[in-house]
Design a protein around this ligand. Structure first.
Ligand SMILES: *Cc1c(COP(=O)(O)O)cnc(C)c1O
Length: 379
């Protein structure tokens, strides 16, 4: 089965009771047993719920994995991965990553005795010098948030395999429409399903997908033992979202490209970060591992003028100033004060998150309207 068909049918079956084409929202916590232990596969909805199972099967299908797990948020999914580790273990992570992930790593898991190395991974060979006998996990985001750096997943997987270390990839920005990290050698794919998978800015959810039964069992144990699951209603909504992922992503990519090209030519704009430019430092890797370049575009104002950035953000009419990304509607964000406020200023400026940086999540409206909005806002 090819990808577009998988988003709709992958690992799905019609409901056994009445043939419902969409799985019912099994809004129940518990399940009748005929005799102690005599149940039909479901006992208690923290452990499993049929609507969640339908979604988890879809997650596994679209990422070419064997097992999917759905969580109450993206961060809850990352939290579950970190619980594979023990005090004294070390993690090598991308240095340009989602602010909430950085906060979880440094403010929660460092306190539990896990050591993190935040490394620029644009060149995979750099990772090796941080590896020692305690290294258990490599954590990668690509494209990175918000600087749109591209990390070579195949090369990174070669390093992780060589040293027998788990490789986890946050695939939130790219989605499996653009890249499938398990096929490139990753062990775990993570999503904030809040973003493109849900796609309509109405559900907070996380996902993990793996291709190995033993690892799936360990993560399932953590999911059930720690309890950060999502509800059946949210599972239904994200399953519905996934069914249009491929056509939404196609339009996100088209509009993202139009916006990136428009901004790059604009005299009042200094830098535009988008992996589809031929002068992007890892353009060739982006071309090789991604089907297209996505709908996320970041830019700075001429001379890194913060006031000018605020003026532009406030003038935008179709782009809404808001946290989050990946929904059908276009959003604009100011990473330094919003998504990345939890990263100290010196740290964030080292990676390019300067005060005038604006991040756009380009939606699926008409391209002409989006360009006209940017035009009137920038002037
Ligand atoms: C939003 C986001 C997260 C966190 O997910 P939540 O669903 O908000 O908990 C993690 N990684 C990336 C890249 C994100 O954009």
């Amino acid at each position: 089965m090819k990808f577009n068909t998988k988003t709709i049918h992958g690992n799905q079956e019609h409901d056994k009771a009445y043939g419902a084409v969409m799985p019912p929202i099994y809004q129940t916590t518990t399940y009748a047993q005929s005799t102690p232990g005599g149940h039909k596969g479901y006992e208690y909805s923290r452990s499993a719920n049929p609507t969640r199972t339908a979604l988890e099967n879809s997650f596994a299908s679209i990422e070419n994995g064997t097992h999917g797990l759905a969580f109450g948020s993206g961060l809850a999914a990352i939290d579950a991965v970190m619980k594979l580790l023990k005090p004294g273990d070390e993690v090598i992570s991308t240095n340009d990553l989602y602010g909430g992930t950085y906060r979880l790593f440094t403010k929660i898991f460092e306190g539990f005795g896990i050591k993190f190395h935040f490394v620029g991974m644009e060149n995979a060979s750099k990772i090796e010098s941080y590896i020692n006998k305690n290294t258990k996990l490599i954590w990668v985001e690509t494209p990175t948030n918000p600087m749109m750096n591209i990390i070579d997943l195949k090369a990174t997987a070669a390093v992780s395999k060589k040293h027998n270390i788990l490789l986890a990839v946050d695939n939130t920005f790219a989605t499996p429409y653009l890249q499938q990290p398990l096929d490139l050698g990753a062990d775990i794919v993570m999503h904030s399903a809040t973003k493109y998978l849900g796609g309509h800015s109405d559900v907070v959810m996380g996902a993990l997908i793996v291709k190995d039964k033993a690892l799936a069992d360990r993560l399932y144990f953590i999911q059930n033992a720690s309890g950060a699951v999502c509800g059946p209603q949210d599972s239904f909504l994200v399953l519905r979202g996934i069914k249009t992922l491929h056509i939404r992503m196609q339009r996100h990519c088209e509009n993202g490209k139009a916006v990136a090209i428009y901004l790059k030519k604009h005299p009042k704009i200094e830098n535009v970060y988008w992996p589809g430019f031929e002068d992007h430092p890892n353009y060739d890797i982006a071309r090789a591992q991604m089907k297209d370049f996505g709908g996320m575009v970041s830019f700075t104002t001429r001379g890194n003028d913060y006031k000018e950035a605020v003026r532009i953000i406030e003038n935008l009419k179709i782009f809404t100033l808001a946290e989050s990304l990946g929904g059908v509607e276009s959003l604009a964000g100011h990473p330094a004060s919003m998504t990345h406020a939890s990263i100290p200023k010196v740290e964030r400026e080292k990676i390019g998150v300067v005060d005038s940086l604006i991040r756009l999540s380009v939606g699926i409206e008409d391209e002409e309207d989006l360009i006209a909005d940017l035009k009137q806002a920038i002037g």
